[in-house]
Design a protein around this ligand. Structure first.
Ligand code: FAD
Length: 664
């Protein structure tokens, strides 16, 4: 019988970044008792690191902007693989979410006439990113935290307890979503199993609704802008609970990460540098992006430097600079320049703002970048160019959700929002569209999780039995039990003896190398097949990962548990990437270089397959050796006619399948 501590709440939010906090506020405001669990300190989520801003078509700097233009840009950026309904809701609701932040105390930078200022970013037709210098994420989280504290103070006044209706469990990790007993894939959610990172003690939160808001997967890759939290936990939790992931082949490599010194390789250089006038040059001093404008974007981008530079002051009579193409295009261009031998001394290219703006203006607009380069690389960006190169930044793929309610497909009571959810960004996310996504779909997830939980009062609430909890606890302590050799037993000459456990750090390092080298920015079929073989071996090694010491303050143990998630997610990425035989957005195939319109309506879904449940013995064997993930195709819903009418026919003909063009 399980002795794990249990407590009961209505809604559990896993993650306290922008998506999680916005969901929590909504659920609590609807009167539901809401618990937030986060593995970092409260206030230190990945969202804090967001620099450039929040995309919202408020039209403050150019009145030509509106939700339809934002929708159009988002679909172009995602190469028409976005779920159109998510892109529509996002574009329509983002301005209200930004205004709401101001009513809760955020203070954005202003225009000369006092409105919220908006800056240019890649792929956005108009200046659209509301920002606070280059520290927008910090202001966003600070504001949401402040709102949470205000709600807790309200609760204190009414109930005498700050945490009676909204409680944050910080530095706690969720390792399992629990289901109502029956434990079939479609059984409803019943809560979460967690451990406290400091003490290593376990606890369960019983709740009929769980919102996953755990962010991304970058720590599966060697060079990444992502923080330690990004081990794909929510993606894996959803898969293990029976929900599919969609679009996992699409991983965004941001074009500009630091490349030097090695200790900081991958740290982000915000796109605002280019939005504010920064240009990319190769070792020959050439502004090379003019050579890389793809046909689908040629009409919207400047063809020479004079026109590009003219755009900053007169956007109505000039086309945009090609440095502001969507991220996938710029990352590929940098990659090609380096490969052609025209890179910078440390394997990147040059990004120069020093010759474009006065030093004081650079420090004012980009304080964090100025500080970051001075402190970490001894480079003064007001006087010399930066060296930059692609870094793994964002995952477009995620939990397959209903666009309106954020409900995960197939698992009642499970919801997902923010970077962990898929569909919104298609094959490539535009900069600034994540912070707005967090707020729009965080609110929706909180709203619908609250409604769902409210309808399940009293005896109708699903419950997880003790056996499920014991299994979760056994899984969590396994790294402390030294693995044994398989030989032994009565007949064996040698007694059973402990086998040297695998070091979780070594397994993690090897995983990152495999993903970087074989499923990175440019992909090929044989390499991805090799990656899948390596992943199978890494999975076997991870099963033998062992740690010493106790459960208190033991980061090696935490990593050993995270490996399960990173390996699952990496397999999804590699499998889906091998299947998609075209190049689109954040998925570039060297062996299939073009975008293929017949793939436009194909979504690849990853689900978990249990060994031996998939049919015959051969299949079971394959499962063991080849992987835990099954891939299936699903048709993307047709785009509503009035939304298609926002594009001209010539442009649509470049993206839509022949049947779609014919049916118009
Ligand atoms: P996060 O903010 O990462 O929050 C995830 C939460 O989940 C954390 O609290 C974490 O502790 C918790 N968690 C994870 N796993 C578990 C678990 N197992 N148990 C319990 N808790 C768990 N986007 C923009 O739109 N504009 C920008 O300017 C911008 N700049 C960026 C700059 C950088 C350097 C980076 C890396 C990203 C940037 N992005 C930007 C992207 C954007 O910041 C992220 O996509 C977004 O913040 C993700 O928010 P989230 O709420 O989904 O997750």
């Amino acid at each position: 019988m399980s002795t794990v501590e249990r407590q009961s709440w209505d809604v559990v939010i896993v993650g306290a970044g922008g998506a999680g906090l916005r969901a929590a506020i909504e659920a609590r405001e609807l009167g539901l008792r809401t618990a937030v669990v986060c593995k970092s300190l409260f206030g230190k989520a990945h969202t804090v690191m967001a620099e450039g801003g929040i995309a919202a078509a408020m039209g403050n700097v150019n009145s030509g902007d509106g939700w339809q233009v934002h929708f159009r840009d988002t679909l172009r950026g995602g190469k028409f693989l976005n779920h159109w309904r998510m892109a529509e809701l996002h574009a329509q609701e983002a301005p209200d979410r930004v205004w709401e932040l101001e009513t809760w105390g955020a203070l954005f930078d202003r225009t000369a006439d006092g409105r919220i200022s908006q800056r240019n970013f890649g792929g956005h037709e108009y200046p659209r990113l509301a920002h606070v210098g280059d520290r927008t994420g910090l202001e966003l989280i600070r504001t949401l935290q402040q709102r949470i504290v205000a709600l807790q103070q309200e609760d204190k006044r009414e109930t005498g307890d700050y945490e009676s209706r909204l409680k944050v469990f910080q530095e706690c990790t969720v390792t399992r979503v629990l289901k109502a007993d029956g434990a079939g894939p479609a059984d409803p959610v019943a809560g979460v199993f967690c451990y406290r990172r400091e003490s290593g003690t376990f606890f369960v939160i019983d709740a009929p609704a769980v919102v996953l808001a755990t962010g991304g997967i970058g720590k599966s890759f060697k060079v990444t802008s992502n923080s330690w939290e990004y081990t794909g936990d929510g993606h894996a939790l959803a898969l293990l609970a029976g929900a599919p992931l969609v679009n996992m082949e699409f991983v965004q490599f941001h074009p500009t990460g630091m490349v030097w010194p090695p200790s900081v390789k991958g740290i982000l250089v915000t796109e605002s540098v280019r939005g504010d006038g920064g240009v990319l040059r190769n070792s020959e001093g050439r502004r090379f992006m003019f050579d890389y404008i793809p046909d689908v974007f040629r009409a919207q981008y400047a063809s020479d430097e004079a026109e590009a530079d003219g755009w900053y002051d007169d956007p109505d009579h000039n086309r945009r600079p090609p440095e502001l193409l969507p991220r996938d295009e710029v990352a590929r261009a940098i990659n090609a320049e380096v490969k052609a031998g025209r890179g910078s001394p440390h394997g990147g290219v040059f990004l120069d703002i020093s010759s474009r703006l006065p030093a004081a203006e650079i420090v004012k607009r980009l304080p964090s970048m100025h500080h970051q380069f001075k402190q970490l690389a001894d480079v003064d960006i007001t006087a010399e160019p930066m060296e930059v190169g692609p870094t793994c930044h964002y995952v477009m793929g995620g939990v397959d959700v209903d666009p309106d309610t954020a409900a995960a497909t197939g698992v009642p009571g499970l919801f997902a929002a923010g970077e962990v959810a898929g569909g919104m960004h298609g094959s490539n996310r535009l900069g600034g569209n994540s912070l707005s996504d967090l707020l729009v779909f965080g609110r929706r997830a909180g709203l619908h999780a609250a409604r769902y939980a409210a309808a399940l009062a009293g005896p109708d609430r699903p419950a997880a039995g003790p056996a499920q909890i014991d299994t979760a606890a056994d899984e969590a302590v396994r790294p402390f039990q030294p693995p044994r050799t398989e030989a032994g037993g009565e007949e064996a000459e040698e007694p059973e003896k402990p086998e040297k456990p695998e070091n979780p750090y070594a397994v993690h390092q090897d995983l990152q190398q495999v993903m970087n080298d074989l499923v990175g920015i440019i992909r090929r079929e044989p390499e991805m097949s090799r990656a899948l073989t390596h992943l199978a071996e890494l999975r076997r090694r991870a099963a033998r990962a062992g740690v010493e010491g106790h459960r208190q303050y033991n980061p090696g143990w935490h990593l050993a548990l995270d490996l399960r998630n990173m390996l699952l997610v990496s397999e999804c990425v590699a499998l889906a990437a091998r299947e998609r035989t075209e190049s689109r957005g954040g998925h570039t195939r060297d062996d299939h270089p073009g975008m293929d319109r017949t793939w436009r309506r194909v979504n690849l879904l990853c689900t978990l397959r249990e060994p031996g449940t998939d049919g015959d013995a051969e299949d079971a064997e394959q499962t063991e050796h080849a992987g835990q993930v099954r891939l299936e195709r699903r048709a993307l819903p047709a785009i509503r006619a009035d939304l298609l009418a926002l594009f001209d026919d010539e442009e649509l003909a470049k993206y839509l399948t022949d049947e779609e063009v014919k049916d118009r």
